[in-house]
Design a binder for this molecule. Sequence first.
Ligand code: KIV
Length: 264
Amino acid sequence: MSKRLSIKDISKRKNTKPIVCLTAYTAPFAAILDKHTDLLLVGDTVGMVLYGMDSTLPVTVNMMINHGRAVVNASSHSCIVVDMPFGSYQESKAQAFRNAAKIMAQTGCQAVKLEGGAEMAETIEYLAERGIPVMGHIGLLPQSVNAFGGYPVQGKTDDGRKKINNDAKAVQSAGAFAIVIEAVEEKLASEITKKTSVPIIGIGASADCDGQVLVTEDLAGLFTDFKPKFVKKYGDLASDLNDAVKSYAKDVRERKFPGEDNCF
Ligand code: KIV
């Protein structure tokens, strides 16, 4: 496989070939995804997807480091971005630098991602000027679930649209190499993609974005209870796993496993 994509390679994809991005938290998933993706995001959704948390808020820097390292170890092609979890960067620029540097040094990732618009611009600039590439994240900010009162679609009012436009401008000017735009009305996401000079990666946004990201377990159909509108189910892992485990349980109960091939 070719050498790992750098953040420069990702930046060059503005207005060219769409960037394929997925979340990855573990080595076996990363090894499979890496054959098809340009960017792997070790998202703080790890808390909800793997740990059963009901938001991303309890996720820690050490969790991100452990999962980030697993994903870096198991991949060789995709550019790896690791999320900065809630409370690890909002307090001060120095706190953000300390935690971002720890994540970069201990995982080997190429960049970090943090949530926030104009209010995080100074922090993004501080990190970018000190050798830490930053991916921005605007629109719906899952770490602000309590402030947003849930996960509502953003950009539905004039004020909302103005804010998201300003956020995109501020995060880009601060030096973010790319920006995730989440749960924003299609037209606005498309306009922002056209107006900006850095790649815009959409989730629940627009096919016009420079790339798309989804939570892998969502697209693979590992969850059956809830499917956000913006997810397209490309697989049925929950059903496949259920069938595999059902067959195993039957074999064990009927003493058909282990068979001759599985015994020493
Ligand atoms: O944490 C995450 O997985 C994310 C993506 C959903 C964009 O931020």
